[in-house]
Design a protein around this ligand. Sequence first.
Ligand code: ZN
Length: 651
Amino acid sequence: MNFSRSLVFLLTVTLLPWASLAFAVPVAAPSVVVITIDTLRADHLGCYGYKQIRTPNIDALAAESARFARAYTAVPVTLPSHTVMFTGTYPMSNGMHDFAANKLGSTQPTLASVLKDHGYATAAVIGSAVLDSRFGLNRGFDFYYDHFDFNRLQESNLEEMERPGNLVTDVTLDWLGKNYRKKFFLWMHLYDPHYPYHPPAPYDAEYKERPYDGEIAFADQQVGRLIRFLKSKGLFANTLIVLSGDHGESLGEHGEKSHGFFIYNATMHVPFIVHLPGARSPRVMPDLISLADLMPTVLQALKIEVPPQVQGRNLLPLIKGKEQDEARSLYGETFLPRLHFNWSELRGIETANYHFIEAPKPELYDLAKDPGETQNLYGEKKAVAEEMRARLAALIRQYSAGQELAEKTGLDPALMERLKSLGYAGFSGGAPPTITDRALPDPKDRIEVYELVSEAIAESQHGEYAASTAKLELVLKSDPDSVPVHYLLGVNYYRMREYPKAVEQLQRVLQLSPEYSLAVYELGLAYGHAGNWDQAIQTLKRALELDSTNFSAARNLGAAYLQKKMVPEAAAAFRQSIAIAPEYAPGHRALGEVLLYEGLVDDALTELRRAAELEPQDPDNHVALARALAAKGLNGEAQAEMRKAQQVPPR
Ligand SMILES: [Zn+2]
């Protein structure tokens, strides 16, 4: 060993965080487990004082951990809330306000990317399609188990968009079984308490009257399986475990059934439990904390430098009792009313005593006297409200430094359709506005309309178009210019194959919101079904101008050209669809069929082989390939493809 290397070695040993206490016994770096339970109200867990549920596993974890009594999300929506947790940043910085056509910025560090850089094996197992890797939270994970097959989803089996907690845990334990000898970072996401509430046996019977609680009890059982595994392998003591909610559930409070529309504490308050390696004694922390604190706390506990972009705080000084933080104010927002309905967004600030909500009609609540936030004190306590408003403005300035980092995804239109059925996808598709417009309707005055539209969406997704359409028509009486309502009516009529009515509604949408690209796309499809091919071509071209990533618009444009016998134009449009999305099987097949028609058999074979390779479960791909093979004189292969087409199990 030469001198310089031995010096480096010595320095490394001296600087090791455990060096002072671990000269004799080397301590392995702790592993990290983050468990997020979706839609989990803190006050529905035993350890948070709820008496009507049995959550023995989470309660036992809390009994060996620091439990935060007052933890809050910054956004009551799944994807932006998890983005806050895993980037340590607020939406004004990370750009993820909502679900509408956003993807996490590719340069933003995440907890997973930092830990991976520090040699951790990283894995995530996800319970809902709303956290699919196409939204970007997979970055930094070696293993990201989403695998939601959007293409195979029928409208009647939307539940498949969820993966039940027992399956999430099966995959988690399978990965852990192969990787627990390494230092690892694991994120397990349990989606079960999210609506609809259908707990499996025995929780369905035990919680017959309160199925939401039944889902939580079921999730608790899954947490128990994971903790038992860690204990059985002797890993528990040296694993940093965080258990957190992503947002609560309003359960009818303030007229809201689920979450996302308001920012009251029914949906902002979440459980947050931190088990530090080696720690045993339970602590209950009274301090206000944000989910943005998760990432810096984990990194500091591992003595890893926190990236400079991170806006959350390290909670270790609080947990170790070295500090108290009574003066903290927390930021919260929802842009759902603005992005989906063009009603005002809501932005708020919470302190130890008060919750102020900026809205066309502002709100102020005294949290000690009125934890349910039912008495608006804004008129009575003007001075307090003004001070809170000034603090809110300061926080917005502080967190908004620099440009928002999210990228437009150009989400698959079919995916957008399906996400909407879960009450997520945005209607506007535009960038979130950041200036409060007081002339916009106050969400408080629109909650009934919102709930009615939500029911109409659910009915439409279950094929109950008449009931859905009746509700939407009712909404038009009070909101005649509602863009989403006209849009949803257009979609309903389209599904009922009443194409002229669909065209009428979608045209109205575009009068009100001319750049609404998804509506332009749907209108183009409706024109096509109505047999109006010239209009279909013109409109689908416009859809592509507005959203150059809409590969489905390009393929349908090609199909419209074919109807007009404009073959070269059709081929160009199909080429465009696969240039946008190289793994889009329907684009390859359409191009292959046109090439075959033109007599370019070899080129056709290339495309059709690709289509069959990408989507072997679609028998039409094998049939099309068989035709091209036969044209080439490859009859044996052609027959083999025909057999494959017949062997595909029916969907
Ligand atoms: Zn959620």
